[in-house]
Write a protein that binds this ligand. Structure first.
Ligand SMILES: C[S@@+](CC[C@H](N)C(=O)[O-])C[C@H]1O[C@@H](n2cnc3c(N)ncnc32)[C@H](O)[C@@H]1O
Length: 250
């Protein structure tokens, strides 16, 4: 049994995330075309459905866009989120599960998925200390490795705020500031644009996201910084798509 607790996002986060999902899902699926094509080939050759899990799948729009992309390919798509969304009823082709990323080992069989997506979910796995939060993220990465088939793939989208020389410190300070629940201070952080004020958020430097995946036994095969130059320069914000494959069991 794991020791990690789940933290639900708030309603204003839910609204912003849903709008983002709806506006970007199709384009984001397109970025994984080569990975999806490779699995489509495997599915056709081995005459079996490819099995996909979308962790922290929110309203399901990314999973729905995946299913639309997989024309003439047999698939099973599961999407898990701690919050049940009204939009789930629109997508009958997706199997939705209300549950937490911390429960993957209990919910799914070992070696049962070909492909797992974790889009902007790791930084929401907030615990009551920074160290426990990082350990929790590693726990979920270990669980993903366990439920993936040998050679299976995890696709991660994540965010980094890279302030040179103080990357680790800035990640820690953002975590500390965002978990403050005092209404006045939370309101100030919200005014500065922090959607997660009072709930917490744990962005890591890109090197650390990759390190955590490798520590869980993944091999990084692709890493793309997809943020615009202007956002990188002004906000120091970087958005990464990382593709990693399951290596040998540890
Ligand atoms: C930023 S949204 C991303 C939604 C979607 N993956 C996308 O990229 O469009 C993060 C999602 O992670 C979910 N989430 C947060 N903690 C979770 C947990 N412990 N287990 C599963 N989902 C979680 C939230 O409810 C939210 O829907």
């Amino acid at each position: 049994m794991h020791e990690y607790s789940k933290v639900d996002i708030n309603n204003s986060q839910k609204e912003v995330f849903l709008e983002y999902e709806i506006n970007t899902a199709k384009e984001r699926v397109g970025r994984y075309k080569d990975v999806l094509d490779a699995y489509a080939k495997i599915s056709n050759e081995e005459k079996r459905p490819i099995k996909i899990l979308d962790i922290g799948g929110g309203g399901g729009h990314f999973s729905a866009a995946l299913s639309q992309h997989l024309v003439e390919v047999e698939y099973e798509i599961f999407s898990i989120d701690t919050i049940e969304h009204e939009s789930w009823s629109k997508f009958s082709e997706i199997s939705f599960i209300k549950g937490s990323a911390f429960e993957l080992n209990a919910l799914f069989d070992k070696n049962s998925f070909d492909l797992v997506f974790a889009n902007y979910v790791f930084h929401h796995l907030i615990q009551d200390s920074y160290r426990k939060t990082i350990n929790g993220i590693s726990f979920v990465m270990d669980s993903i490795k366990s439920i993936l088939n040998d050679g299976g793939t995890v696709c991660v989208s994540e965010i980094s705020y890279n302030i040179p020389k103080i990357e680790n410190l800035s990640s820690f300070l953002i975590y500390r500031a965002s978990i403050i629940k005092t209404p006045f201070l939370a309101m100030i952080f919200k005014k500065f644009g922090s959607k997660s004020a009072g709930v917490g958020v744990c962005f890591q430097p890109i090197k650390k996201w990759k390190y955590l995946l490798c520590k869980s036994g993944f091999r990084i095969s692709q890493s793309h910084d997809i943020s615009s130059r202007i956002v990188r320069i002004i906000l120091r914000e970087h958005v990464f798509n990382i593709v990693a494959t399951k290596g040998q069991d540890k």
